[in-house]
Design a protein around this ligand. Structure first.
Ligand SMILES: Nc1ncnc2c1ncn2[C@@H]1O[C@H](COP(=O)(O)OP(=O)(O)O[C@H]2O[C@H](CO)[C@@H](O)[C@H](O)[C@H]2O)[C@@H](O)[C@H]1O
Length: 483
C-alpha cells in the first residue's frame, strides 16, 4: 500500500507542536504493517537545511510559475522518512515562524498552503513518473485543500483521509481569495470550499475526504457537539459514519528511559530509584529547593487551549499545599510573565524556563513526580503519554484524549492497582486544586506512588495499535466499505 501523507510539519525536520510528532512517527509505524508512506512537506528553511545535510536530495519536478514564483519538488530521505519537499522560496523561505511572525500569521498563508495542497493533489493525480499513491492522507487545515483539488481535478478517484489534530485551527479566509485558488466556480458552494461566506480550508477537506479521523475517540465525539465542534459540528455529525477516533502513540525510541540521550540518569520501572539523578538535575536547572516534596511539572504551549489561565490562578495555592513546580513553555507573553511573577513570589518553589527546549522536556518528564495537563480541550495530548512512559504521573482534565489515555486514581482503580494518573473536571480552580491534593495524598505513601508509577510505565503508549487502526481505515477505503 502506497500512502502519500501531506503535512506542514514533521519531526525531526520542523516542529511547532504535536502534529509534527505524529507526522514524523506514523510513517515508521505504518511501514511495520506493510504500508509505505511518502511525506510531502513545505520547503521551510529548516526542512531544506536538514534535507541538504542528508546528502540525498534530488529534483523530481519544477514549475516556472507556481502560485507566483519558481518552484521545485525535491525527493529526500531523512530520519527514515521518505520525503517530497515543495521548495518554493517565494512562499516558504523567510525568517520568522513557519506560520507567521510572532503572533501574527503570514498574510499570504492562504496562498502558501493552497500551493502546498495543489502540489499534493497533482502528485496524487500521477504527475510524477513512476509514482502514484493508492491513498492520500492529509493533516490539518494546511494540507486540507489537497482534497478539494483532488475532488475537482484529476485525482478524484484516489482514496483520501483527513486527520484533525486540532479543530481550533481551521484556515478561514475571505471569499476574495477564491478566484486565485484555481478551483472551478462550482467549488465555491456549501458542498465545496465555501464556509460562512468565505473560504474554509479545513471545511473543504472535511467535506471532500473519503474518511475523517481525529486523534482520540472522545474528541471524535466532542467535535460532533455544538460545545466542541467550533462551528463544524453540523458537518462532522452529518459525516459521523466516516469519522473515527484513533489515539496517538509516541516514539518509543525517542522516549526510552533506559537509553534517552537527554537524561543525566537512565532508569526503568524496575529501578525507579535511579530517577533521583534526573530529579536533582531538574531542581538545579529550575533553581528549586532540594527536598522530597511533590515535584510537579508542565511542558506546554502556553495558550488558552492548554488551560494555562486557570493554572496561573492556582500556583500560589499549590505551593502553599507543599508542592513545587518546574514550568517549561512558550506562547502567550502574558502567561509567560505570570509564570515569572509567580517564580519571583516563590523562590525555590516555582522555577520557570520559557522557550522551546526538546532536551529539557525529556529531562523534566524524567525527573518530576507528576505532569500537569489542565487542557480546556485536548484532541489527544502527547505530554501525558510522555509522562506515563517516564513514570511522571499525569494530572489531567477529563477531556478528549486525556480522558482516553489516563486511568484516574479513584478508590476502585487504586484498589485494583490499575490507576495511572489523576483526572479532574471541569477545568476550574477548585477541581484542579483537588486533583493536586489527591496526588499529594498518594505521594505521602511511597509504595502507593511507586505502584502507580509502575502501572503508568506499563501502559501501552506505542504506535503499534494505532497504526493498525489507520491500516484498517485505509483498507476499508480501498475495499470500498468505509462510511
Ligand atoms: N516548550 C516546549 N519545549 C519542548 N517541547 C515542547 C514545549 N511545548 C510543547 N512541547 C512538545 O510539543 C508537543 C506538543 O504536543 P501536544 O499533544 O500538546 O500537541 P499540540 O497541542 O501542539 O497539538 C495537537 O496535535 C497533537 C497531535 O495529534 C494532539 O496530541 C494535541 O491534542 C493537539 O492539540 C509534545 O511533544 C511536547 O513535548
Amino acid at each position: 500500500m502506497r500512502i502519500l501523507a501531506v503535512a506542514s510539519e514533521a519531526f525531526p525536520l520542523v516542529k511547532t507542536g504535536g502534529l509534527a510528532d505524529v507526522a514524523g512517527a506514523l510513517p515508521l509505524a505504518l511501514e511495520r504493517h506493510g504500508a509505505h508512506t511518502t511525506t510531502l512537506l513545505p520547503g521551510f528553511p529548516k526542512v531544506m537545511a536538514r534535507a541538504h545535510s542528508s546528502g540525498t536530495t534530488h529534483q523530481v519536478w519544477s514549475w516556472n510559475d507556481f502560485y507566483g514564483g519558481w518552484a521545485e519538488l525535491i525527493g529526500a530521505e531523512v530520519a527514515g522518512l521518505d520525503l517530497l519537499i515543495l521548495n518554493a522560496p517565494h512562499l516558504f523561505d523567510r525568517p520568522g515562524g513557519i506560520y507567521g511572525n510572532g503572533a501574527v500569521d503570514w498574510p499570504d498563508n492562504w496562498r502558501r498552503f493552497a500551493a502546498f495542497s495543489r502540489a499534493g493533489a497533482d502528485i496524487a493525480g500521477g504527475m510524477l513518473t513512476g509514482y502514484k499513491p493508492d491513498l492520500v492522507h492529509v493533516h490539518d487545515w494546511q494540507a486540507a485543500l489537497t482534497l478539494a483539488y483532488m475532488r475537482y481535478g484529476a485525482a478524484n478517484d484516489v482514496a483520501s483521509v483527513i486527520t484533525v489534530h486540532n479543530l481550533a485551527f481551521q484556515g478561514q479566509f475571505g471569499a476574495d481569495i477564491f478566484g486565485e485558488l484555481g478551483l472551478p466556480d462550482d467549488a465555491m458552494s456549501i458542498h465545496g470550499v465555501e464556509y460562512y461566506g468565505g473560504v474554509g480550508f479545513l471545511k473543504a477537506g472535511l467535506k471532500a475526504a473519503w474518511a475523517i479521523t481525529t486523534v482520540s475517540p472522545t474528541y471524535a465525539q466532542e467535535i460532533c457537539t455544538p460545545e466542541g465542534g467550533m462551528g463544524l459540528d453540523g458537518l462532522l455529525s452529518s459525516r459521523s459514519n466516516a469519522l473515527t477516533g484513533i489515539v496517538n502513540g509516541i516514539d518509543l525510541e525517542q522516549w526510552d528511559p533506559r537509553t534517552d540521550r537527554h537524561l543525566p540518569q537512565h532508569f526503568s520501572a524496575d529501578d525507579l530509584g535511579a530517577r533521583r539523578g534526573n530529579r536533582h538535575a531538574v531542581e538545579q536547572r529550575f533553581a528549586l529547593h532540594r527536598d522530597d516534596s511533590l515535584l510537579l511539572c508542565l511542558v506546554s504551549r502556553l495558550t488558552w487551549q492548554k488551560g494555562i489561565d486557570v493554572l496561573v490562578d492556582c500556583l500560589d495555592e499549590i505551593v502553599s499545599m507543599g508542592a513545587k513546580l518546574a514550568l517549561l513553555g512558550n506562547g502567550d507573553p502574558s502567561f509567560e510573565a505570570a509564570f515569572h511573577a509567580a517564580a519571583g513570589r516563590h523562590p525555590g518553589r516555582i522555577g520557570v524556563v520559557t522557550g522551546y527546549d526538546e532536551a529539557l522536556s525529556h529531562q523534566i518528564t524524567a525527573g518530576a513526580d507528576a505532569i500537569l495537563v489542565p487542557s480546556r480541550f485536548e484532541p489527544c495530548g502527547l505530554t501525558q503519554l510522555h509522562g506515563l512512559r517516564y513514570g511522571c504521573l499525569p494530572i489531567v482534565t477529563r477531556t478528549g484524549g486525556l480522558a482516553d489515555t489516563i486511568i484516574d486514581a479513584n478508590e476502585a482503580a487504586l484498589t485494583a492497582g490499575v490507576a495511572t494518573g489523576f483526572q479532574f473536571q471541569p477545568l476550574a480552580h477548585q477541581p484542579l486544586i483537588n486533583a493536586v491534593r489527591r496526588a499529594l495524598h498518594v505521594h505521602r505513601e511511597p509504595a502507593d506512588w511507586q505502584g502507580m508509577q509502575v502501572q503508568a510505565m506499563r501502559s501501552d503508549v506505542s504506535w503499534d495499535h494505532s497504526a493498525k487502526c489507520y491500516i484498517d481505515v485505509y483498507r476499508s477505503l480501498l475495499r470500498g466499505t468505509h462510511g
